[in-house]
Each structure stands twice: as structure tokens, then as C-alpha cells.
Design a protein around this ligand. Structure first.
Ligand code: GLY
Length: 333
């Protein structure tokens, strides 16, 4: 979409105007319950996740149906993909760094704004659950590397070799040329991020990844960085990112999406503006990498947008579990 058209769309269709307020005045106002109650609320609960991960959204839905919280739902949903050895970008079976180490990043955030995160975690499949333990059982937000692993083992997590035979073979094939091309797309689906709004309208989110395949040893991406890979504000909404983490970190992407929603943008508009923030940077190399966002607001409206084609969002609502292709920026490819 051309810039002028994009800006026009963005300025005409915000929730702020739907409410008869200017976007500027919305930006200065904290939405009150009375403002929110004038908006149509989507059918709740609602689960969304990055990419085509219907097993994961189905698990989250099941947790909600059985009386679990939004936090339980995002954790259990993410665990499905962490345990899926065929997925080579999350948990067990994730592609390793260039030295052959599988290192995981994950975070989780609840409706009260509490959060927990692990970075460079090795030998533990369920990074998202370790992140939840960091949130609930420590005074900290983030644990890294051997400290995170030691903490996980103390909490009863099982030590496992995360490098499967398939991922080892892929790594050995990569080593022949050792070419590093960090484009992330459908074949290498990257981070699983999940956002849930429960029937009471309360939000939680989580994300988990093994990060970029064949990254430098020690590299950490956006996924465990609160505000970059994930942000939840129970007054406003939540957002989660996938794709090249460095670009998400440089624009504090998920926080940006939530703050745009605070200013009256719909989740869709907010995701689009956050992607434009990346591609409009001077000397942006966006043709060579993917970033995608999904977002949800307090009314249960959702949005997703990416730089390139083939990003998708899975949505579970009213008993229907479907994967929806996202709109995207680069139509020239
Ligand atoms: N988005 C995952 C990463 O860059 O590590």
C-alpha cells in the first residue's frame, strides 16, 4: 500500500473517530470503562496466535473451556509447539546456533502487568513455563543462560537434549556453505506468540522461540524482551511479534502496537503502523527479512500485518479454529 493511502486509511478509521473523538484527544485520554462499554465487544473468550498453529490454539481453548485462566491458556498453548519436534523454530527440535547449541527465549505476561522471561535457556523444552515460574516464584523479570537452566532444574524441569536428529542434519547441511540469510517465512515459521482474552475480558500473552537458525552463539532476539516480543496492557490490549528480532527490538514493536491502540487505532491499524515504522527507516533492508505482528484490543478486535506475504494468524473463537492469511506491506515481490 502506498504511504499516502495508508496514512489516510489509518487516520479515518480509528476507534477514536468512531466514538466522535479526535485521535489527538484519544491519545491524551485513558479509556475509561464507560468509553469501552460504548464499543461492540467481540464474542469472548478469544485466542489468537502467530502462524498456523491450530493444535496450540485448540489447547488454549480447551484450557479456557475447563475453567483455566487466560494465563494458563497461553502457557499451555505455547507448550504444544515447544513439544512439537517437527517445528524447527520453537522448543525441542529448534534449529541450533552456528555452534550446534539449541538456545531458547520466551516470555509471559499476565493481566496485572506482571511478567517473566528466560533468555539463552538450554536443555529445557518448556521455556514458557520456566518464564512463568520466574514471574511467579522470583522477585525478578528475566533469567539468562546457565542461571535460568539452574533455576529450571531446581523447579523440577527435566534436562533434555533439544537437538533432534532432523535439526542436527539441517545444521550439518548448513555448515557446508555457512551462509547466513535471516529471512523468516512460512518454511521457517519462527516465534509462536499467543494472546488470549478470557470471557471476563482479561488479557494474557506469551511467546517462545529457538530464535534465528544458525545465529551467533549468545544471540538473543526480541521474544524474551518485554515490550519488544510481547506486551500486554489489560486496559488497552496486547501484541506479539514474530520475525527478525533485531528489527522488532529496534522499534520496541509490541509496546508500540499497544500504545497505538491506546491512541485510538484499531489492532489492524496499529500492526500496520508498527510495520511501517520498520520499513520506513533510513536504509531499511526490509526486502530481506520478515516481521509480523498480531494484536488484540480490550473489545476483542484483532489485527495482523507483516512485511511480506505468507504470515498468518490462527484464531479460535466461538468454537471455530481457523488460520487467516495476514495482509502485508511488500506487494512488489
Ligand atoms: N523473533 C525471534 C527471534 O528473532 O529470535
Amino acid at each position: 500500500m502506498k504511504r499516502r493511502k495508508f496514512l489516510k486509511n489509518a487516520s479515518l478509521s480509528g476507534i477514536g473517530l468512531a466514538l466522535g473523538k479526535s485521535l489527538t484527544s484519544c491519545a491524551e485520554t485513558t479509556p475509561s470503562d464507560s468509553v469501552i462499554s460504548t464499543l461492540e465487544v467481540a464474542s469472548l473468550p478469544l485466542v489468537i496466535a502467530t502462524w498456523d498453529v491450530k493444535n496450540a490454539t485448540a489447547k488454549a481453548w480447551e484450557v479456557l473451556q475447563n475453567g483455566g485462566s487466560a494465563l494458563d491458556a497461553v502457557e499451555q498453548g505455547c507448550r504444544v509447539e515447544e513439544a512439537n519436534e517437527k517445528g524447527q523454530s520453537v522448543g525441542k527440535g529448534g534449529l541450533p546456533d552456528r555452534d550446534g547449541n539449541v538456545t531458547l527465549d520466551a516470555c509471559i505476561m499476565n493481566q496485572n502487568g506482571d511478567c517473566g522471561s528466560v533468555v539463552f535457556l538450554q536443555n529445557i523444552t518448556h521455556a514458557v513455563s520456566v518464564a512463568r515460574k520466574v514471574m511467579e516464584d522470583t522477585p525478578h523479570v528475566m533469567l539468562a543462560g546457565s542461571g535460568a537452566e539452574k533455576f529450571a532444574l531446581q523447579k523440577g524441569f527435566k534436562k533434555e537434549n533439544l537437538l533432534t536428529e532432523d535439526s542436527k542434519k539441517s545444521w550439518e547441511a548448513w555448515k557446508v556453505k555457512s551462509e547466513y540469510s535471516p529471512i523468516i517465512n512460512i518454511e521457517n515459521h519462527d516465534t509462536i506468540g499467543m494472546l488470549v482474552i478470557d470471557k471476563g475480558g482479561n488479557l494474557s500473552g506469551a511467546c517462545t522461540t529457538s530464535g534465528l537458525a544458525y545465529k551467533l552463539n549468545g544471540r538473543v532476539g526480541d521474544s524474551p524482551i518485554i515490550g519488544s516480543g510481547l506486551f500486554v496492557d489489560n486496559e488497552i490490549g496486547a501484541a506479539v511479534a514474530t520475525g527478525l528480532g533485531e528489527e522488532v527490538v529496534k522499534t520496541v514493536g509490541s509496546f508500540l502496537v499497544v500504545e497505538l491502540m491506546r491512541q485510538g487505532k484499531s489492532p489492524q491499524e496499529a500492526c500496520e503502523i508498527a510495520i511501517r515504522r520498520i520499513v520506513d527507516k533510513p536504509n531499511s533492508n526490509y526486502k530481506n527479512f520478515q516481521v509480523g505482528y498480531i494484536a488484540i484490543n480490550k473489545q476483542g478486535q484483532t489485527g495482523s500485518f507483516s512485511i511480506h506475504q505468507w504470515f498468518s494468524m490462527t484464531k479460535f473463537q466461538q468454537g471455530k479454529n481457523e488460520t487467516i492469511q495476514s495482509e502485508y506491506f511488500n506487494k512488489d515481490a
